[in-house]
Design a binder for this molecule. Structure first.
Ligand code: GAR
Length: 189
C-alpha cells in the first residue's frame, strides 16, 4: 500500500474527497495532510476524518530540510490539492513523476503565478470563455508547467457567475482527481 501526503492551503474539499476515496481502496492511504495555513478549513476536515494534519512554515519548506526529510521518509506520492506555494526544486527533484497537482482550468491557459482558485474563475468570466475545466499534471519546479496527465472540460453559460463556474469545476475535480491518482499509482507498479 502506497503512502500519500497531501498539501493543501485552504478549504480542503479535494483533500477530504481524496482521503475518503483512499479509505475504500487498497492501493494507497493518505497518511498526512500538510498545510502552510494554520487557519485553513482543511484542519477541521482532517479532524473529522481522523487524518493527521500538520502546519509548516515557509522556512521549514524552503530553507531547511525538515519537510523534504519527512517526505523522503514517509511519502510515496505527494498530492497538491489547492496548495498555493511553489514547490522547491529539491523536492520536485526528489520525487520525479510522484507529485501531482490539480489546476482549476485547462492549462496552459489560465496558469502561472497568481492563477489559483477564484482568480482563475474570475479571469475566465471576464474573458467570456465558453468552456473551462480541470487539469491534473505532474509537478516540476515551475508553476503549472509539468506534464499533463488528464484534462476534462465543462461548458460555461453567459450568465454563469465566477462562483457558478467554480462549482462546475469542483464537481469535475471530485469525480476525477482520486481516480487519476489511483491510476498513476497502479501504472507505476
Ligand atoms: C481547487 O479548485 C483547486 O483546483 C485549486 O484550488 C481549489 C482548492 O479547493 N487549485 C489551484 O488553484 C492551484 N493553482 P479545495 O481547497 O476546496 O480543495
Amino acid at each position: 500500500m502506497k503512502r500519500i501526503i497531501i498539501f493543501a492551503s485552504g478549504s480542503g474539499s479535494n483533500a477530504e474527497n481524496i482521503i475518503k476515496y483512499f479509505k475504500t481502496t487498497k492501493t494507497a492511504i493518505v497518511t498526512h495532510v500538510l498545510s502552510n495555513n494554520e487557519h485553513a478549513k482543511v484542519f477541521e476536515r482532517c479532524k473529522q476524518l481522523k487524518t493527521k494534519c500538520l502546519h509548516f512554515t515557509k522556512i521549514q519548506f524552503s530553507q531547511t530540510n525538515e519537510i523534504i526529510n519527512m517526505l523522503k521518509k514517509e511519502a510515496d506520492y505527494i498530492i497538491l490539492a489547492g496548495f498555493l506555494w511553489k514547490v522547491p526544486s529539491k523536492i520536485t527533484d526528489a520525487f520525479p513523476n510522484k507529485i501531482i497537482n490539480i489546476h482549476p482550468a485547462l492549462l496552459p491557459k489560465y496558469g502561472g503565478k497568481g492563477m489559483y482558485g477564484m482568480n482563475v474563475h474570475k479571469a475566465i468570466k471576464e474573458n467570456k470563455e465558453v468552456e473551462t475545466g480541470i487539469t491534473i499534471h505532474f509537478v516540476n519546479e515551475k508553476y503549472d508547467d509539468g506534464a499533463i496527465i488528464f484534462q476534462e472540460k465543462t461548458s460555461i453559460s453567459a450568465d454563469d457567475s465566477p462562483e457558478m463556474i467554480a462549482k462546475k469545476v469542483h464537481k469535475l475535480e471530485y469525480v476525477h482527481f482520486p481516480n487519476i491518482i489511483e491510476k498513476v499509482i497502479l501504472e507505476n507498479e
